[in-house]
Design a protein around this ligand. Structure first.
Ligand code: NI
Length: 256
């Protein structure tokens, strides 16, 4: 079944119909979902969703754009939350230079500290990186992130950067952007990266695939991403689903 490795069902855009929507997943072929925290509050909400739904897992961590809320005390809270038995990863963490705030030095410090936390608690990381390829790869190398493992989610860089991440043992997260007319760069990434290193993700409510671009996204739209990948890879949609599900289980430690 389809494994959505990155979703935000705690988002207020789902407040009106969250229960019905999540109840419809299994019938639509969506097996598991990882709900990813982006700040202190949504990390806790992710755990709450994992408590409520057997097929949902959680990741806890603070997104670079919210990294100003981190402190030694809050990092300890993330560590405690990560001990939850359905918490599979630390994330999303990383660097986002698209927005001017917080200061890059603050983002870098908390990216490093959360990578170190992931190493200590022995969980993979979910990396968010936007317009910060060079600093992201440098910090990953300096922190020996290859030993930690994880995914660079919503991958937006060149095939060369993708190769560097894969060489470190990382997976590449691919979602709705692969269906966009202007998504050529990501299609090139999907061409060169082995299927064994690709994870399916929505990042919902954001980044709906065509033909729903701009509308609220959900895991129910992943078949459009599967179709695009199957065409690029020259394999059947079923193979895309099966291989990417196996990849997700391996990365998140569910296969052990
Ligand atoms: Ni996200």
């Amino acid at each position: 079944m389809i494994f959505d490795t990155h979703a935000h069902y705690d988002d207020e855009q789902f407040d009106t119909d969250r229960e019905q929507l999540l109840a419809s997943m299994k019938e639509a072929g969506i097996g598991n979902i990882v709900n990813v925290g982006a700040n202190m509050a949504s990390s806790q909400s992710s755990l709450d969703l994992a408590d409520k739904y057997d097929f949902i897992y959680a990741a806890v961590g603070v997104h670079p754009s919210d990294s100003a809320e981190l402190s030694d005390e809050n990092l300890e809270k993330i560590r405690k939350m990560s001990a939850h038995d359905k918490c599979l990863a630390i994330g999303e963490i990383g660097l986002d230079y698209y927005w001017p705030e917080p200061d890059h030095e603050i983002q870098k410090m908390w990216f490093r500290r959360q990578l170190q936390l992931a190493r200590e608690v022995k969980k993979p990381v979910i990396i968010h990186s936007r317009e910060a390829a060079q600093d992201t790869v440098s910090i990953m190398k300096e922190e020996n992130a290859g030993e930690i493992g994880g995914v660079v989610h919503c991958f937006s860089y060149s095939k060369e950067v993708a190769q560097e991440c894969v060489d470190m043992g990382f997976y590449v997260g691919i979602g709705g952007v692969i269906t966009f007319k202007n998504g050529r760069k990501l299609k090139e990434v999907a061409e060169v990266i082995p299927m064994e290193k690709i994870l399916l993700e929505t990042d919902c409510p954001y980044l709906s695939p065509e033909p729903f671009r701009g509308k609220r996204n959900s895991s129910l739209n992943l078949p459009y991403v599967v179709k695009a990948l199957s065409e690029i890879k020259g394999i059947s949609p079923e193979e895309v689903i099966n291989i990417s599900e196996k990849n997700a289980r391996e990365m998140y430690g569910l296969s052990r």
